[in-house]
Design a protein around this ligand. Structure first.
Ligand SMILES: Cc1cc2nc3c(=O)[nH]c(=O)nc-3n(C[C@H](O)[C@H](O)[C@H](O)COP(=O)(O)O)c2cc1C
Length: 440
């Protein structure tokens, strides 16, 4: 039997997805209700995904001609609903799927993050996670009264304190803290055992918190921590703290190298490397025939050619660069950022000596990580091969054209093909997110 792998979904913000594309239904009218995202979560649960990760960014993009216009006119990375609110709704609409909202360390005090995710863990009966990100944009920083985003590596130094507080607060309720009310009708005279609920009295250089957490004990002894560090500091941080890592290396060999780096970092930190699941970002194109899938894959380049502004604005948004003044027909050259360094590094690696135009078109045509294109069965075989090279632990799927229709190609086409090959679970093994992640 092959080693099974994990599947999760990367929702790029609760928002107006794929607006303007032919199969998106009424998203333009009903995105605010999050009805579509409930359907998404239920579809993923039917397909036994480990978790749904809700991405976040907390600003309106301006990195195209120094203006918000293109972002607003085309709904590019905007709007973004508050992920913890949407997470609550999705937890109520499901019973096994893990729900992982993004909460940035620069925007939420650690007490608030511990409380939000702790409460989510309670109402979901142990299915909560927290996607720990440090932020990247000056515009986002300015929304919180800061002149600019703290320097990249310093953000991870601060995050170290931050996570210590969050974990400390989750742990401020020792196991067994609730003693009464557990059995209906039983009267033991007290609800909680005061000796098991303690302050943390953390006084750091950047953050402080007293505790205990007033929302009470969590179900999982602390929700699952997801992280996406790609830089040296980021990987070191993830190795110390993450229960699951989402990453986007290019190609299966780089996936393997990345995972090995993380696992070595975990061993150095005294952790069991199998206790963290590394999931690789992919966007499979699954259709009835190879030809249909290939045609659809080729459309990515065609669409990018028609919408260069949009592609450049989207890329620039994630790496904090305004490309509008750049000459499209000159080599990309040297670029630096205080934003997502790994995204930029990978773009530059792929670009090589290409012009900006060619590099952007190529990037659009290839999709994330590895290109997975074909029928359900052939994509399942491709994924098996990638996992064999990468060494584990699974994939984080994100669809460029997310709709109920494209989602069905995954949940009702690809997943059954993976199940037939014994590559993914057919039913959830456990009730909590952490247990399901650790099931294999
Ligand atoms: C799959 C994936 C999801 C991410 N989700 C978010 C997100 O929701 N919000 C955010 O600000 N950054 C997000 N990031 C960026 C990471 O937090 C991180 O900054 C990035 O991977 C670069 O790594 P570095 O910070 O170590 O340089 C994501 C990255 C990846 C690969």
């Amino acid at each position: 039997m092959p080693q099974p792998f994990h599947l999760s979904y990367f929702l790029q913000g609760s928002s107006v997805h794929s607006w303007g594309s032919p199969f998106i239904g009424t998203i333009g009218q009903d995105w605010m209700s999050a009805a579509f995202f409930k359907d998404l979560a239920q579809g993923l649960e039917r397909a036994c995904f480990d978790y749904l990760l809700i991405e976040d960014s907390i600003y309106v993009g301006e990195n195209w001609q120094g203006s918000r216009d293109l972002f607003l006119k085309t709904g590019l990375c905007i709007p973004r609903q508050e992920p913890s609110v949407v997470a609550t709704l999705l937890a109520a609409a499901t019973s096994r799927l893990g729900i992982v909202p993004t909460l940035s360390t620069f925007a939420y005090h650690p007490y608030l993050t511990a409380r939000i995710t702790g409460s989510l863990d309670q109402i979901s009966a142990g299915r909560a996670g927290w996607n720990m990100v440090t932020g990247s944009s000056d515009l986002a920083a300015q929304n919180f009264g800061m002149p600019a985003m703290t320097e990249h590596d310093q953000r991870y130094v601060m995050a170290e304190e931050y996570v210590e507080i969050v974990k400390g607060l989750w742990g401020s309720w020792a196991p067994g803290a609730q003693v009464g009310g557990l059995v209906a009708g039983e009267d033991v005279g007290q609800l909680f055992d005061p000796s098991k609920v303690n302050t943390i009295d953390f006084k750091g250089e950047y953050y402080s918190s007293r505790g205990p957490l007033n929302s009470g004990p969590t179900v999982q002894q602390g929700p699952v921590i997801a992280q996406a560090g790609g830089s040296k500091m980021g990987i070191a941080f993830a190795s110390r703290h993450a229960d699951t890592i989402v990453a986007a290396p290019n190609g299966a060999d780089n996936m393997r190298a990345y995972r090995e780096q993380v696992r070595a970092g975990m061993v150095a930190a005294g952790r069991d490397p199998d206790s963290c699941k590394v999931l690789f970002l992919v966007s499979p194109i699954v259709e009835e025939t190879e030809e249909m899938a290939r045609w659809k894959a080729d459309q990515r380049r065609v669409e990018a050619e028609k919408n260069m502004d949009l592609r450049l604005a989207r890329l620039g948004w994630s790496i904090n660069i305004d490309f509008s003044e750049f000459d499209l027909d000159q080599p990309v050259g040297e670029l630096t950022t205080n934003g997502h360094q790994t995204t930029l590094k990978q773009f530059l690696q792929r670009a090589g000596k290409q012009t900006l135009r060619e590099a952007v078109l190529d990037n659009a045509a290839k999709g994330y990580g590895v290109d997975l294109v074909g029928t359900p069965d052939s994509v399942a075989a491709q994924m098996e091969e990638v996992m064999q090279t990468a060494g584990g632990d699974g994939f984080l799927i994100a669809l460029g054209d997310l709709s109920r229709r494209s989602l069905a190609t995954i949940t009702d086409g690809l997943v059954p093909a993976l199940q037939r090959r014994g590559l993914v679970r057919r039913k959830y093994e456990f009730e909590t997110l952490r247990d399901n992640l650790l099931a294999f």
